[in-house]
Ligand binder design. Structure first.
Ligand code: ADP
Ligand code: ASP
Ligand code: MG
Length: 455
């Protein structure tokens, strides 16, 4: 059972988590929890402030977040017993102060310090949840995920070493589970072989949960969040968004990749490989079924499942007359992106040019400098990728034309369909994205599930 940041935001949220966990005790759950909402952002901001040399401000900016933890522990953990969480919080304060000072002084590699700092979000939330559950009579026990999940040295977006991780997860957790305890793990955080803290990338708690579920051969992975499952589009954009009862793994992966952040893209992989069904459910509506992600959704063709989007997209166009009729050009272009570890989202080619989109532009200057050796490069910012996903796109011919006739007055910068036949992806200016999504959502209303309520 993975609980996201909004599911552990305050006293009421912890109360909801207790009820959800306690109703499933007999299924022997393992709980994976994210940092309390906004804490990861706050820790990253503190790191940036310290980097600018302002240690005092960096540390002070965390105070309100420490207080939010204290408010929860004071509510649930009674005053007469020594408050185990308080000790942990004091310890964390001291360590964070030391780490932020090191950032200011550059006394250790910054990427390493950044992961060490940001890991306190999950270190604290997992300890707090374990103490709250214990205070309410659940046999909970915090287990430090940094002892369980072994990764490479890629700070900020580390890759788990699966064999080693599986072995340790089983060795550490199975005896606890067999003894009737409920392990509580922080998501997102891990450690490399040398024991230094690493993290799995933003939104990575879903990934942690999937890794643990796979290692333990769990019969279900539950992702508890603040919406009722994966919906037909982001409910923050369209209030008529509906819950999708069943999704195939492939559809879920496409949606996640193209911005439906309700599921982290990598979550899918360990679950797919181990045939573990994933259920996305709402902590505010625990009795609704949410979305089941299955190996094969078994739905009839001609179905569109959802519209995902991702903003803040940059388009790069590389054109070169030399490319005409030659080979090796594409590979030269891709090698540049590989060298700078930058992921390409959408790509479209003609005989003399390649257009592609990026959402991570950290290395763009260096990338452009190298690409300019291959041809002329143009950069365009402020775009959004919109992605219509459904197994139905495989078979049906009319759907793409419906998409484009719905938005015929919108300027579309790039189109891609085919690589994975379950998606139709296109790129528009960011300021028209919300309108395009609303129109498509309305245009495809006949495809959306009629009711979200199930017994
Ligand atoms: P958590 O903190 O539980 O990990 P996230 O914020 O990562 O939660 O993901 C949940 C959010 O994803 C929702 O609040 C919603 O705004 C957003 N979202 C984007 N696209 C979708 C979609 N297609 N279905 C459901 N939620 C979506
Ligand atoms: N706390 C981390 C983040 O905000 C991981 C997660 O919530 O999944 O990115
Ligand atoms: Mg998330």
């Amino acid at each position: 059972m993975k609980f996201g940041g909004t599911s552990v935001g305050d006293v009421a949220a912890f109360e909801r988590v207790f009820h959800i966990v306690s109703t499933q005790i007999e299924r022997h759950p393992v709980v994976v929890v994210s940092a309390m909402t906004k804490v990861t952002d706050a820790l990253l901001a503190a790191f940036e402030t310290a980097k600018k040399g302002d240690f005092a401000d960096a540390y002070a900016s965390l105070e309100p977040h420490f207080d939010r933890h204290t408010a929860v522990s004071e509510h649930f953990i009674s005053g007469d017993k020594p408050d185990a969480f308080n000790g942990e919080l004091e310890f964390a304060r001291g360590e964070l102060s030391d780490l932020l000072m090191r950032v200011t002084r550059r006394s250790l590699p910054l990427q390493m310090l950044k992961d060490a700092i940001v890991s306190y979000g999950e270190q604290l939330s997992s300890r707090l949840l374990a103490e709250v559950l214990k205070a309410k009579g659940v046999a909970a026990r915090q287990v430090d995920s940094r002892r369980l999940i072994v990764t490479d040295d890629e700070y900020g977006a580390a890759t788990p070493i699966i064999d080693e991780t599986n072995e340790i997860v089983r060795l550490e957790l199975e005896p606890l589970i067999a003894g009737g305890e409920v392990p509580i793990l922080g998501g997102f955080i891990a450690a490399n072989r040398a024991g230094e803290t690493t993290t799995l990338g933003r939104g990575g708690s879903d990934y942690s949960a999937a890794i643990v579920a796979a290692a333990l051969h769990s019969n279900e992975l539950q992702i508890w969040t603040d919406v009722t499952g994966v919906m037909t589009c982001d409910p923050r954009i369209c209030d008529s968004a509906k819950t999708i009862p069943v999704l195939s793994y492939e559809e879920a992966a496409e949606l996640a990749y193209f911005g439906a952040k309700v599921l982290h893209p990598k979550t899918i992989k360990p679950a797919v490989d181990n045939a573990i069904p994933v259920r996305v459910c709402n902590t505010f509506e625990p009795n609704e079924m949410g979305t089941m992600v299955l190996a094969d959704s078994g739905e009839t063709p001609n179905k569109i499942k959802s519209i995902a989007h991702k903003k803040n997209i940059t388009i790069l166009r590389i054109s070169s007359a030399r490319m005409l009729g030659s080979y090796g050009f594409m590979s030269a272009v891709f090698q540049v992106f590989e060298r700078f570890r930058t992921v390409i989202d959408v790509i479209s080619t003609s005989e003399v040019s390649i257009a592609l989109t990026l959402d991570n532009t950290a290395e763009i200057d260096k990338i452009v400098a190298e690409l300019e050796r291959l041809g002329d490069v143009e950069i365009d910012t402020g775009y959004a990728v919109i992605c219509v996903v459904g197994e139905g796109l495989r078979a049906s011919t009319g759907l793409a034309s419906t998409v484009f006739s719905t938005i015929e007055d919108v300027n579309v910068a790039l189109i891609s369909h085919g690589a994975s036949s379950v998606n139709l992806t296109f790129v528009v200016k960011e300021d028209s994205a919300a309108d395009v999504i609303k129109r498509l959502h309305k245009g495809f209303s006949e495809y959306w599930p009629q009711s979200t309520q199930r017994p």
